[in-house]
Design a binder for this molecule. Structure first.
Ligand code: ATP
Ligand code: MG
Length: 653
């Protein structure tokens, strides 16, 4: 990635503020600023204090060993992640508390107490051992969102195997590349999973993926749907058969804090997926701490993170963070609009879910489907909301706050990445005054800065490059088998600092505003504009649900803005609406940002993690051929975007 030009111009002027209510603050885990100030004084001492909340087999001798760019946290310390997430809860009141409350898409329910989960994990750990999996071996996991997925993760952690989870929506090709890269001898999958009433044939996809891939010796298959599968003699085994034969107890392996816990390939929004490698001790400290303080965790909460465990959000805030805290998590297998667009709201009402953590792309879809669906249900059990994955447009934020949160729930807009492992920029809901569209402040003990291309701080309200200037516990260790790429991608842009690839500004109160990816910044007549602000201006129009903005080369202005707009349900596009929307942007943020061309469309092309594929759209509208499509997660996506663009343009004429 080339960092060029100077800072980014900021146009968005969002002024609303939402201080925490007295009622929320009174019961909050963090009620005053001492927590933050304390951490700022001595971040390493702060993280060491947080680490002491976990169960260690042997204490560390050094909190942090920092050989730029390689950080080692809790050096010399020994622990086991599954013992922290399970065993230590068994001796007290949490023994029979729900660990997982699950609903399948067809409607079945399962509840696993901590003791139940412990039993399953022990057995499955023995199953893996029986298949020859040893400490340090990689296990590939390709499962639907069923309780067996956290069971498989925790079983790996129990015996010190490194898991590599592949999102259930990925293709055979993605599995093949990743299983080969990780050299996994074992793949754990299911016959299928439910999605919008249909069965996704996971085992069949795995068969195709590993055809001729000799490194894979065993495939463990969980029977979820009953669809017919071919079991290859000697290689494929049924989960239930192995489990009945397996021993009920498996000692938790003593792991070094610096041993790898998992590899996770990034979602590939901007290019070839990177195998992000995370540690055992530092990672667990980071996610356990942020879960507790960001989500203001209470013993009686039912915490629902809607991400798939195939993404880092699910690793950190469905499995490891909440379970390390002894929380009850809610898990749902299927689609949010199945059988109707009120599925989420129905489940929140039925289970009295207290905390909802979801993505802006989902929130904008809910807005688009209309208020009638949440209005059908009593959502008063909710007390805290969260978002992650993309900048949240202020308009979507307000809708979420009012329509879902009843005006009562704080929203934690959490900025982080697969690489960071844990939330790094976020409100603390008991003390932070919220601003729609801002992720607010670095988490205590985290040092974030916005700098120019030389690494110097930019002035207040000037956009620049978001960097992290000190190591944090859940920081990635390296890129799997590729330390050179690790150095080049994250540590070569701004010397000595972790380069996030995102643009941001810091306002007069010290709040961080994410402006989109640096690669997506548009250069119009000498002004550098972040995509987020123009998209937000469009979304603030009452008829607009969602927007994508990209730059197109222009002989006079350098680049001009091209906007793609999705309208709310029931709204129709017209020339006058297009004109009105351009005017609206001009009024909201200025003439410089008014799109040169504006197209109305039914949907925006997105990655499988739900993010808008600006890079592909930009290349195509700029007439550039995307040379090497193999660097894209999903090469077929380019053709889809090309088709989509042709349709969008045809519709205009
Ligand atoms: P790849 O790195 O393969 O292109 P990706 O960056 O989409 O994929 P993730 O690690 O899941 O993969 O996403 C992290 C990115 O998501 C961040 O760098 C940022 O651009 C965006 N993001 C996440 N949370 C927020 C947030 N709260 N506000 C703004 N942007 C966010
Ligand atoms: Mg990324």
């Amino acid at each position: 990635m080339v960092v060029s030009g100077a800072t980014i111009d900021s146009l968005l002027k969002e002024k609303e503020q939402y201080p925490p209510s007295a009622a929320f603050r009174k019961k909050a885990v963090v009620k005053d600023d001492a927590f933050r100030l304390d951490a700022a004084k001595d971040p390493e001492a702060f993280w060491a204090r947080m680490a002491k909340e976990l169960a260690w087999i042997a204490p560390w001798s050094k909190v942090l060993e920092w050989n730029l760019p390689f950080a080692k946290w809790f050096v010399g310390g020994k622990l086991n992640v599954s013992a922290n997430c399970l065993d230590r809860h068994l001796s007290g009141a949490r023994r029979n508390k729900a660990a997982i409350v699950w609903e399948g898409e067809p409607g079945e329910r399962r509840v696993l107490t901590y003791h139940d989960l412990w039993r399953e994990v022990n057995r499955f750990a023995n199953v893996l051992k029986g298949l020859g999996v040893k400490k340090g071996d990689r296990v590939t996991i390709y499962l639907p969102m069923i309780p067996e997925l956290p069971v498989a993760l925790l079983a790996c952690a129990r015996i010190g195997a490194v898991h590599s989870v592949i999102f259930g929506g990925f293709s055979a090709r993605a599995i093949r590349d990743r299983a080969a890269d990780a050299e996994s001898h074992v793949i754990v999958t299911a016959d299928g999973g439910y999605r919008r009433g249909a069965v996704l044939p996971l085992k069949k996809i795995v068969d195709e993926a590993i055809d001729g891939l000799d490194v894979v010796r065993h495939v463990v298959v969980f029977r979820r749907t009953g669809v017919e599968v071919t079991m290859r003699e000697g290689r494929d085994r049924w989960w239930h058969e192995l489990m009945t034969k397996a021993d009920g107890e498996c000692a938790a392996e003593s792991m070094d804090a610096t041993d790898p816990l998992f590899i996770l390939y990034t979602s590939g929004t901007t290019g070839k997926p990177k195998g992000i490698q995370h540690s055992t001790g530092g990672y667990l400290v980071g996610v356990a701490t942020t879960t507790r303080y960001v989500f203001d965790l209470k013993e009686e909460d039912l915490f629902w993170c809607t991400a798939d465990i195939g993404w880092v959000t699910g690793h950190s805030y469905i499995v490891y963070g909440p379970l390390a805290n002894g929380a009850s998590i809610f898990m749902y297998e299927g689609a949010p609009d199945w059988p109707e667009p009120d599925r989420f709201w129905r489940m929140i009402e039925e289970y009295d879910i207290t905390t909802l953590y979801t993505a802006p792309t989902a929130i904008r879809a809910f807005m688009r489907w209309g208020d009638e669906y949440p209005k059908r249900h009593d959502l008063s059990s909710l007390r805290l909301l969260g978002t992650v994955g993309e900048p949240i447009n202020p308009e979507a934020w307000r809708w979420y706050q009012k329509t879902i949160g009843g005006g009562r729930c704080p929203i934690v807009d959490t900025w982080w990445q697969t690489e960071t492992g844990m939330i790094l920029i976020t409100p603390l809901p008991g003390i932070t005054t919220l601003k729609p569209g801002s992720a607010t402040f670095p988490f205590p003990g985290v040092s974030a800065e916005v700098v120019d291309e030389k690494g110097d701080p930019v002035p207040v309200n000037k956009g620049g490059y978001l960097v992290i200037s000190k190591p944090w516990p859940a920081m990635l260790q390296t890129l799997y088998k590729d330390p050179e790429r690790f150095k080049q991608v994250y540590w070569s842009q701004i010397p000595g600092k972790y380069f996030t690839g995102d643009g941001a500004r810091v306002d007069e109160d010290g709040c961080f505003w994410l402006m989109g990816r640096i690669d997506d910044v548009i250069n119009v007549a000498g002004h550098r504009i972040g995509t987020m602000e123009v998209e937000s201006a469009l979304v603030s129009h009452p008829k607009v649900a969602e927007a994508a903005v990209v730059g197109r080369p222009d002989p006079l202005k350098g680049q001009v803005l091209v906007a793609y707009v999705v309208l709310k349900r029931g709204e129709a596009g017209s020339d006058s609406l297009r004109q009105e929307l351009r005017e609206h942007v001009r009024r909201e943020i200025g003439a410089i940002a008014a799109p040169e061309a504006l197209y109305i469309t039914d949907k925006l092309p997105k990655t499988r993690s739900g993010k808008i594929m600006r890079r592909v759209i930009r290349s195509l509208v700029s007439g550039q051929e995307i040379g090497d499509t193999t660097t894209l997660e999903d090469p077929g996506a380019v053709d889809e975007v090309r088709k989509w663009l042709a349709e969008v343009e045809a519709r205009k004429s």
